[in-house]
Design a protein around this ligand. Structure first.
Ligand code: HEC
Length: 201
């Protein structure tokens, strides 16, 4: 009886690992499948990445970090530029004069450039491109940024509307999964501009 829960856990792990491998469509000849069963480390890793993909999807990272385009049913994230941040080639005029509250924010059509009382912020490139994305970031750099709300834990403050106040509550496991997933997505070379300070009155 005592061994039952362990059996059940082992079973559910191997089933979802198989689902992950199927989703990524890892090409493997049928004959090699039995002898080359993925190692425990590889299937744990695949599960972490799948969990990270789920968290990125439901936490809405694509809302702001993937440029939006006009689709058949209205604006939608352009997944061919997934999580690559504010497009470097977007030609934006200067941000409009902000009204006196309660309307305080203006957003570009791409949903990647935001003008508010903090100035103008542009969403970051989260792809693994080494020069313009998170390619050189360690897990530590990533979790320090999200936890402290400062670039890599010690640089400048991360500006709105990045939901730092909420995301700092991600668990260590969540942050590791998100980071792990972000390392597997296609690298996009896209240099996001630096933010602009609030316009002088
Ligand atoms: C509501 C919009 C919004 C959402 C949702 C959002 N971000 Fe951001 N994010 C931003 C903006 C804007 C910036 C740039 C802020 C700045 O320049 O200070 C940013 C910056 C970042 C940075 C770079 C910080 C740095 O110091 O270089 C990381 C990493 C990041 N976001 C990760 C994520 C992840 C992961 C998610 C989903 C879990 C996410 N963001 C969801 C708006 C958003």
């Amino acid at each position: 009886m005592k061994s039952f829960p362990f059996t059940a856990v082992g079973l559910s792990i191997s089933v979802s690992a198989a689902a992950v491998l199927a989703a990524f469509a890892v090409p493997q000849p049928a004959s090699a499948q039995d002898s080359n069963a993925p190692s425990a480390a590889a299937s744990a890793r695949a599960q972490t990445v799948a969990r990270g993909k789920y968290l990125v999807t439901v936490a809405g990272c694509n809302d702001c970090h993937t440029p939006w385009k006009m689709g058949a049913a209205g604006p939608e994230p352009d997944m061919s530029r997934m999580l690559s941040g504010h497009p470097q080639d977007a030609q934006l005029p200067s941000a409009p004069q902000l009204p006196e509250g309660p309307w305080v924010v203006a957003v570009a059509a791409t949903n990647t450039a935001w003008s508010g009382p903090w100035g103008v912020s542009y969403t970051a490139n989260l792809t693994p491109d080494r020069e313009t994305g998170l390619g050189k970031w360690t897990l530590r750099n990533f979790s320090d940024t999200i936890r402290s709300g400062r670039h890599m834990g010690r640089g400048r403050e991360v500006l709105p509307p990045m939901p730092i106040q909420m995301y700092k509550h991600f668990t260590d496991d969540d942050l590791e999964a998100i980071y792990g997933y972000l390392r597997t997505i296609p690298a996009v070379e896209n240099r996001v501009p630096e933010p602009l300070p609030p316009a002088a009155k």
